[in-house]
Design a protein around this ligand. Structure first.
Ligand SMILES: Cc1cc2nc3c(=O)[nH]c(=O)nc-3n(C[C@H](O)[C@H](O)[C@H](O)COP(=O)(O)OP(=O)(O)OC[C@H]3O[C@@H](n4cnc5c(N)ncnc54)[C@H](O)[C@@H]3O)c2cc1C
Length: 313
């Protein structure tokens, strides 16, 4: 088992990003990083729990909600602002104990092939707020130059500002994060932005509620366009853009079966979760069902997520 050797507490988001180097990792709820046998650990963990700006849920505009990355699954389920489609995905984490600890930012950063949230966030066209520390004058890390970890985060921040380095904030679409994981590896996810003026439906398959899922699929409808997100165990997390763009308002079963059987670039393994043929079949019928359910809601005038979803204490 790999153990982390040092724990640093960051007091602000910019302090956290300046502490982050190749041998460290951000520590959120710790359900992955601190679990026995994890392969994700690092020499130094940068604790995020004391950073106020990473916490809380706020209604940015009537159409969008900002969820701080340190918001736990359970806190999000307890918010009236979080749309019902996201609550549905949050409940895929069946263990209440884990929901009390695990954060939304930690889940997005992991982007596992059995992710609870990835398919839904992709279909919902969610955006991520990211923070990184720009070092325009050299490729050298701030830690190398200033001798972290002997210096604390505030010293580093001050030193970097004197040299003209800047914290850079960026908002990107979750699909971009998925496609360019390497580029964003050291970035701190500060928040997830989700829309409330859209319709999203999802479906997760697992042997038991607490087992890893072997397929999670989601479909969203926004601005007259359909969007599909898929997580497949031992295959990855996907956004089939061409297929999503091709969907119109009058598709039939054939469309989805054809797509699932011929999706180029999707290598579905034959494993304990099921044969390749079975998983392709399941993907086709699941997408068809999601499409039908979206269409029903659209035709009954529910184009936005008017359902608030049950709020949990
Ligand atoms: C028994 C068990 C079963 C699990 N099953 C599933 C499953 O089916 N599906 C699933 O998706 N997950 C699963 N997990 C993994 C994990 O519980 C969740 O993904 C959880 O949401 C991670 O959040 P956390 O806050 O605990 O992250 P942490 O463990 O603290 O961190 C996870 C990773 O995210 C990085 N990170 C955390 N916060 C940020 C941030 N704000 N910005 C950038 N990087 C960050 C960390 O550096 C680390 O690499 C399981 C874990 C256990 C122990």
């Amino acid at each position: 088992m790999y153990m982390s050797r040092e724990l640093c507490a960051a007091a602000s988001a910019s302090e956290a990003v300046i502490m982050r180097d190749a041998s460290s990792a951000y520590l959120a709820g710790g359900t992955e990083l601190l679990r026995s046998g994890t392969e994700r650990s690092a020499d130094r963990l940068i604790m995020l729990k004391n950073i106020p700006e990473l916490k809380g849920v706020s209604g940015e505009t009537p159409e969008a909600v900002r969820i701080g990355s340190m918001t736990t699954f359970q806190e999000a389920l307890g918010s009236d602002l979080v749309p019902a489609y996201l609550k549905e995905a949050l409940r895929y984490m069946a263990s209440r104990t884990k929901r009390d600890m695990a954060t939304i930012g930690g889940n997005v950063a992991l982007m596992r092939d059995d992710s609870y949230l990835a398919a839904t966030l992709i279909a919902a066209h969610a955006k991520l707020e990211l923070l990184h520390w720009a070092k325009p004058d050299s490729g050298e890390s701030v830690q190398d130059r200033f001798g972290c970890p002997d210096k604390n985060g505030s010293d580093l921040e001050e030193a970097s500002q004197v040299r003209g380095d800047q914290p850079v904030r960026e908002a990107i679409c979750i699909r971009r994060y998925l496609q360019h994981r390497e580029e964003y590896q050291k970035d701190l996810i500060t928040a997830i932005m989700v829309r409330t003026d859209i319709c999203v439906v999802s479906k997760r398959y697992a042997n038991t509620a607490e087992s890893h899922s072997y397929l999670t699929a989601a479909m969203g409808y926004a601005d007259g366009r359909f969007r599909v997100g898929v997580s497949l165990k031992n295959a990855g997390v996907f956004f089939p853009k061409e297929f999503s763009d091709s969907l119109g308002e009058d598709e039939n079963a054939e469309t989805f079966a054809r797509f699932a059987n011929s999706w180029a670039g999707l290598d579905i393994p034959d494993d304990l979760y099921g044969s390749t043929a079975y998983k392709r079949y399941l993907l086709g019928v699941t997408l068809e069902n999601l499409y039908r359910s979206l269409k029903e809601r659209i035709s009954s005038g529910q184009r936005t997520d008017g359902r608030k979803g049950e709020t949990e204490a």
